[in-house]
Design a protein around this ligand. Structure first.
Ligand SMILES: [Ca+2]
Length: 177
């Protein structure tokens, strides 16, 4: 039989161990809470399966004219710079759950007063159909669920006024697991 005094000594001896275990638990909980859900994969780092456009060549992290990509007052280090009418597709094979980007006319041609419109297709189904954009505007954010999507296609249309000067940017187009 353990006397109360001996039991107290034993408990006091165990106290540092208990406190250490609690501290480890708190640290693990904090680290798990701070860990990001998943790192983004930038589409400008992937090879598209299709890349067609009405003028020029697809700009990777650049505008279609080869300049840094700017939409309104925002510079995009990662971007796809293209030109209406455009269709850029990626084989994602259902590996990702979210797509995010910001779109708009590249600042290099806004003074020409032309219009464009953005669309996103997932396995040929319309996931996003944006308004017609023209002139100076801030980036328009797109956030979509793409769970189960095998092929993601980014489309730029001419906005109804032809394709002249339709320099279109997909700002930081990225997918997440
Ligand atoms: Ca146009």
């Amino acid at each position: 039989m353990i006397l109360p005094e001996a039991a107290g000594r034993r408990l006091r001896a165990l106290l540092p161990v208990v406190l250490a275990l609690l501290a480890v638990g708190v640290v693990i909980a904090v680290v798990q809470r701070r860990r990001p859900a998943s790192a983004p994969v930038h589409l400008s780092d992937l090879k598209p399966t299709t890349a067609t456009q009405g003028w020029g060549k697809l700009g990777l992290d650049r505008s279609v004219a080869g300049n840094p990509a700017w939409i309104g007052g925002q510079r995009f280090e990662k971007a796809l710079g293209t030109h209406a009418t455009s269709r850029i597709c990626y084989a994602l094979e259902a590996r990702y759950s979210r797509f995010e980007c910001a779109v708009g006319m590249d600042s290099e041609t806004i003074e020409h007063g032309t219009s464009i419109a953005f669309r996103v297709l997932g396995d040929e189904r319309v996931l996003y159909e944006g308004p017609v954009l023209s002139g100076y505007h801030e980036p328009v954010t797109i956030r979509l669920g793409i769970e189960g999507i095998h092929e993601l296609c980014l489309l730029v249309e001419d906005g109804g006024d032809g394709i002249s000067f339709d320099h279109a940017d997909w700002g930081a187009p990225r997918v997440f697991e």
